[in-house]
Design a binder for this molecule. Structure first.
Ligand code: GDP
Ligand code: MG
Length: 275
């Protein structure tokens, strides 16, 4: 069983909960008809943890997604603390377990990936985004996501993506580096990897509603002028993000967490800041 923990962070109202829901249900119900999901999900007021077991290419995967209230929502002290220190806390638990008696049976709850949601309405990263990402980038694989991409035209999406990448570079924020595909690898894998690399930061669209499209039920946002399908690659990068997380790069996320980020943490004596 392969375990992958994903943490969602970002401002309130950027569609984190909706995306988590979309990621889950599309996989859970891939071969079945879609359930009637309510269009509006409750605003996240506390930290929620959802776990699903899925089978992908014959491999059992356990995916845990942690959804957090956004910045700007009323947070109590515990939750503020949680947002900053959750990653550390799980590293510390793992470290304690490793030196404990039961070290053969450690459950790995370390965060393997942090989906960081960026607003489509700003001009690139906000100072709070820079602060959060810099506070976390030595501890977790950050995967930047451009939220609610349906509010941007393709040209605006393109510009926003390059702006975000330029700023990530300028502020020296370390994000997850998709490894180059192995030349011996299958063509499909190679092609998927290239698409994933090109998509970063993933411009995503989430929805909890389903619509009828050519006799198929698809997850979509329905507007007076048309339908935006979350899983249509010409509408959003949702599929590339999902592929990366559960198909092509889950092992890399887990591997980097263990051999790079966790080693870093351990050699820093378990302290929070190693800058
Ligand atoms: P969170 O606070 O980040 O968890 O955001 P929510 O998932 O609660 O979504 C906030 C609002 O944005 C809801 O009304 C959603 O229906 C809407 N929303 C979610 N994803 C998208 C998206 O991709 N595009 C648009 N236009 N709206 C979205
Ligand atoms: Mg939420």
């Amino acid at each position: 069983m392969c375990v992958c923990v994903i943490l969602c962070l970002g401002e309130s109202g950027l569609g984190k909960s909706t995306l988590v829901n979309s990621l889950f249900l599309t996989n859970l119900y891939i071969d079945r008809c879609m359930p009637d999901v309510s269009e509006k999900i409750a605003r996240t007021v506390s930290i929620t943890k959802n776990t699903v077991d899925i089978v992908e290419d014959g491999v059992n995967l356990r995916l845990t997604v942690i959804d957090t209230p956004g910045f700007g929502d009323a947070l109590n002290n515990h939750e503020r603390y949680f947002k900053f220190y959750y990653v550390d806390q799980e590293m510390e638990k793992y470290r304690r377990n490793e030196i404990g008696l039961n070290r053969k049976n450690i459950t790995d709850n370390r965060v393997h990936c942090c989906l960081y949601f960026i607003s489509p309405h700003g001009h690139g990263l906000k100072p709070i985004d820079v602060n959060f990402m810099k506070a976390l980038d030595q501890k977790v694989n950050i995967v930047p996501v451009l939220a609610k991409a349906d509010s941007l035209t393709p040209k605006e999406t393109h510009n926003m993506k390059s702006k975000i990448l330029t700023e990530i570079d300028k502020f020296k924020i370390k994000i997850f580096q998709v490894p180059d595909s192995d030349p011996d690898n299958k063509d499909l894998f190679k092609q998927q990897t290239e698409e994933i690399k090109r998509s970063i930061p993933f411009a995503v669209i989430g929805s909890n509603a389903v619509a009828e499209r050519n006799g198929r039920r698809v997850r979509a946002r329905v507007y007076p002028w048309g339908i935006v399908e979350t899983e249509n690659p010409s509408h959003s990068d949702f599929v590339h993000l999902r592929n990366m997380l559960i198909r092509t790069h889950m092992q890399d996320l887990i591997h980097t967490t263990h051999y790079l980020l966790y080693e870093n943490y351990r050699s820093g004596g378990g302290r929070t800041s190693r800058r």
